[in-house]
Design a protein around this ligand. Structure first.
Ligand SMILES: CC(=O)SCCNC(=O)CCNC(=O)[C@H](O)C(C)(C)COP(=O)(O)OP(=O)(O)OC[C@H]1O[C@@H](n2cnc3c(N)ncnc32)[C@H](O)[C@@H]1OP(=O)(O)O
Ligand SMILES: CC(=O)C(=O)O
Length: 540
């Protein structure tokens, strides 16, 4: 069967930038455009040139891409020619091969937002698109509020599309601008538009996630015959976001009926980069990736429940709808109070800890994990602490050092120029072999700012660990998460610390105590013990 081509139009750099809290720099836009190009999308909408300095700067040095670089703008204002519309001129000045213009198709908006007649609006659409074509650009028309407009006046809404096509637009895109239309309605209207004479091969869909259905709505339009999807990486976009291409691309490539009837410009190799691209975007945005994101989230292939883990180890297809490797993601079988022996053996094997199937320590480890999780520990996010617990129960834990005592003080005072400062100081006494060692450390950065009591403790611990010093010198803390579990008099604090070393390893440890400093200290000590074991150090 020959597959029909479906085109992907990415608007991460335009609608994605309309996400509250997102502000790309021009350099970041360039990096994202290059990632999208390597992925295999067909159009990259780079922004609205002339609307803000960043977008103008991006287009002034837009990267060369195989995908068609597209500038976004709006149809000309009434009462002036397209040639004399300064907003349209700004968009054209970007010199892109394609321009996408948003225009009204909902009579309510024509009257309320623009304050012009329906005929004037049609004129604006016609003249603007014709001007782009005369300038040698590919013209696309985003039919704003199309589904609401169609509900009010279907003939007029379709006439706007026909006007754009007749003026030379290559694509007209049905936009569910307010995101309130449900998938069945998107499908019904898209079919009706095609029956009314708009070819599916020139029809696109642009949906928003206000009812949590942006991806479903995009698929409904494709089912009805539309052949271009507009969306964004990780579903960024105005309000609740746009249809996520990070979800749509794997779905179109791996799921029926799309896999065998449609073809997109993304290769299997590109698909295997989708998790990396998704996480890189979050890194650029300085926000934690959404764990539960379909396909690319870190929990997308995490099998926490014992029954699931047991079957997964026999055959991954039992609880996975696709192979995680196809989207560049990984299977995880975490330890927790939901786990059974299968999770346990899988996690131990991953850590290189060999245990016989009938070793009675397995049951003890499982019981201990469940007991400690009941006390506030969480091992599914602290694999290194789980390994230490298992080694202890197996009788294989090595004894590196004892902490005899520690003390932390936090002082708030005014400095010499009267500025209020706080200073944390820690004292740690450890015993290594027969030797007692005392370290003191203050926690201030180069600017003299206090980095807090946990940092002071870490510095004191890491200052002098005698024979182990060389092993911990390349170790640093990369993340620190605090959570109060329980409530009232039963409240306790859980601290998860993520550490990294010069060998590129990252590991997480957990500590629990009613006292936040004590919980942090437990996690810090565990982090050091894990590092010494992984480095193959022999106890002094
Ligand atoms: C559905 C969407 O997401 S479309 C994308 C929306 N994106 C953005 O708005 C981000 C970029 N926008 C901007 O930087 C600014 O709004 C600009 C530079 C485009 C325009 O700024 P300003 O000239 O100050 O106008 P302002 O933003 O206040 O209002 C928009 C104007 O465009 C008019 N307008 C809106 N849509 C259209 C259209 N499709 N065709 C013609 N005119 C339009 C409005 O009626 C309003 O006109 P008015 O000033 O005569 O009332
Ligand atoms: C064009 C666009 O972003 C919208 O209508 O939602």
């Amino acid at each position: 069967m020959t597959r029909q081509r479906l085109y992907l139009y990415d608007t991460t750099l335009r609608d994605g930038q309309q996400t509250q809290g997102v502000q790309f720099s021009a350099a970041e836009k360039t990096e994202i455009a290059l990632m999208l190009d390597a992925l295999g999308v067909d159009h990259i909408e780079g922004g609205w040139p002339g609307a803000n300095p960043t977008d103008s700067e991006f287009f002034a040095a837009a990267p060369a891409t195989r995908a068609t670089m597209t500038a976004f703008g709006m149809t000309k204002r009434a009462g002036r020619s397209a040639e004399n519309d300064e907003v349209l001129a700004g968009v054209l000045n970007a010199g892109t091969p394609a321009v996408c213009l948003v225009g009204k198709t909902h009579p309510f908006h024509v009257h309320e937002a623009l304050g012009i007649s329906l005929e004037e609006n049609l004129d604006n659409i016609r003249a603007s698109v014709a001007h782009l074509v005369a300038e040698g650009r590919e013209a696309l028309f985003d039919a704003e509020h199309f589904f609401d407009g169609y509900a009010e006046n279907p003939d007029y809404a379709v006439l706007c599309l026909k006007t754009a096509l007749e003026a030379g637009a290559t694509w007209v895109i049905l936009c569910d601008t307010n995101g309130g239309t449900l998938p069945a309605e998107v499908g019904r209207v898209t079919r009706a538009v095609i029956v009314a004479g708009i070819p599916g091969a020139r029809l696109g869909i642009h949906t928003h996630d206000d009812t949590g259905n942006a991806v479903a709505c995009a698929l409904a339009a494709i089912d009805a015959g539309a052949r271009q999807i507009q969306g964004t990486l990780n579903g960024l976009g105005e309000r609740c976001g746009n249809a996520s291409l990070t979800t749509l691309i794997p779905t179109l490539m791996l799921k029926e009926p799309y896999r065998s009837t449609l073809e997109i410009g993304v290769t299997a190799q590109g698909l295997s980069q989708i998790t990396r691209i998704s996480r890189r975007l979050d890194e650029i945005l300085n926000r934690p990736p959404l764990r539960a994101a379909p396909y690319a989230g870190s929990s997308a292939f995490a099998h926490k429940a014992g029954l699931h883990a047991s079957a997964i180890l026999k055959n991954p297809a039992t609880y996975e709808h696709v192979d995680p490797a196809l989207v560049g993601n990984q299977r995880i079988i975490p330890m927790s109070n939901q786990a059974g022996q299968s999770n346990l053996r899988a996690r131990l094997a991953e850590a290189g800890i060999e245990v016989c199937r009938d070793d009675p320590a397995l049951a003890r480890i499982l019981d201990l994990v469940k007991l400690r999780e009941d006390q506030g520990y969480a091992y599914d996010g602290a694999q290194a602490s789980f390994e230490l617990l298992a080694l202890g129960e197996l009788g294989r834990m090595q004894h590196f050092f004892d902490v005899e005592r520690y003390r932390v003080t936090v002082e708030r005072r005014k400095n010499a120029i009267g500025r209020r400062i706080s200073v944390s100081e820690a004292v740690v006494v450890v015993r290594i072999g027969g030797e007692r060692m005392l370290s003191v450390s203050e926690s201030v950065d180069e600017q003299g700012e206090d980095l807090g009591p946990v940092n002071a403790l870490w510095r004191a611990l890491a200052k002098d660990l005698g024979p182990y010093q060389a092993n911990i010198s390349d170790m640093h803390l990369v993340d620190f998460r605090v959570r109060i579990t329980g409530s009232g008099v039963d409240a306790t604090t859980r601290v998860i610390i993520e550490s990294a070393d010069g060998q590129g390893r990252r590991w997480a440890t957990v500590g629990v105590s009613p006292n936040i400093v004590d919980a942090s200290f437990e996690a810090l000590v565990e982090a050091i013990r894990w590092k010494l074991i992984r480095d193959g150090v022999k106890p002094a």
